[in-house]
Design a protein around this ligand. Sequence first.
Ligand SMILES: NC(=O)c1ccc[n+]([C@@H]2O[C@H](COP(=O)([O-])OP(=O)(O)OC[C@H]3O[C@@H](n4cnc5c(N)ncnc54)[C@H](OP(=O)(O)O)[C@@H]3O)[C@@H](O)[C@H]2O)c1
Length: 287
Amino acid sequence: MMVAGSPPTEHPLVALITGASSGFGLLTAVALAKQGYQVAATMRDPGKAGDLLELARKELVANAVIPLQLDVTDSESIHQAVEEIMARFGRIDLLVNNAGFAVGGYIEELSLEDWRQQMETNFFGVVAMTKAVLPQMRERGSGCIINVGSVSGRVGFPGYGPYAASKFAIEGYSESLRHEMSPYGVRVVLVEPGAFRTAIWHKGLARIVSHENSPYRERLEAVLRYSRLAGQKAPDPGQVAHLIARIAAKRSPRLRYPVGQGARAMLWGKERLPWKWLEWIVGRALK
Ligand SMILES: NC(=O)c1ccc[n+]([C@@H]2O[C@H](COP(=O)([O-])OP(=O)(O)OC[C@H]3O[C@@H](n4cnc5c(N)ncnc54)[C@H](OP(=O)(O)O)[C@@H]3O)[C@@H](O)[C@H]2O)c1
């Protein structure tokens, strides 16, 4: 099997995606299967694989999509899933670190436990997955790791402090990993989406508590309004899945791929405008 731009290989290329039960992960699993990959589509609860399998059948790639149980915060489940894929295919060519969620709320009002859970999944989950697949990539001298970051990994927004911290952490981590792995032929890439219409917004909203006597109530309500709108009106997440599939096929991808109009505008602003101007723009949006 051959993917455009990648070296010819007699083996099927094998991808492992985390968080494939919905959103970017689900769509990326199918996009990669259509590109010829055998896809280990991992999720916390394989009982949620229905939508993924339905789309895979519709796109005639059901045979190439294998749902597997994997919780990125559970090292035993990571070990078991990786062992199973290695026993079946003998290799993992592509790791897409996609699993994640967003803790919302104002920093003073969030518990340390909220912060720890956020970092446990969005950051330590990525580290644990990378460590689990890296040895065989390094030994083979090839592989690709795509980390799904966010525009929130470049710009911190009010009301999503833990999320921003977790995604900023992924940025620095990916830079280091890219330097470390380039001599071994392992490509490391960051995809940085702006807002897209996936379940993450509803799940995040369900966790945000706006206390009646909170000093932040009005501002938090504005964050909630923005999040609700993003959950309904943001662009189609298929764009991100197709981008990930395109990057996977590149011999020499860049480190960063911002995606979505909002992300590009925000990054342009952060690079060129004085911080005080950005502060004013964000402050106005929350009024
Ligand atoms: N949508 C956006 O606007 C946006 C923008 C920038 C970046 N992102 C990033 O894109 C990635 C995918 O999010 P999405 O928007 O596609 O949201 P989503 O539809 O909610 O998908 C998130 C996936 O991560 C899984 N997950 C959560 N915790 C997990 C854990 N401990 N172990 C394994 N899987 C876990 C979820 O599984 P369950 O079904 O079990 O909850 C789900 O499959 C995230 O990293 C997110 O931060 C999203």
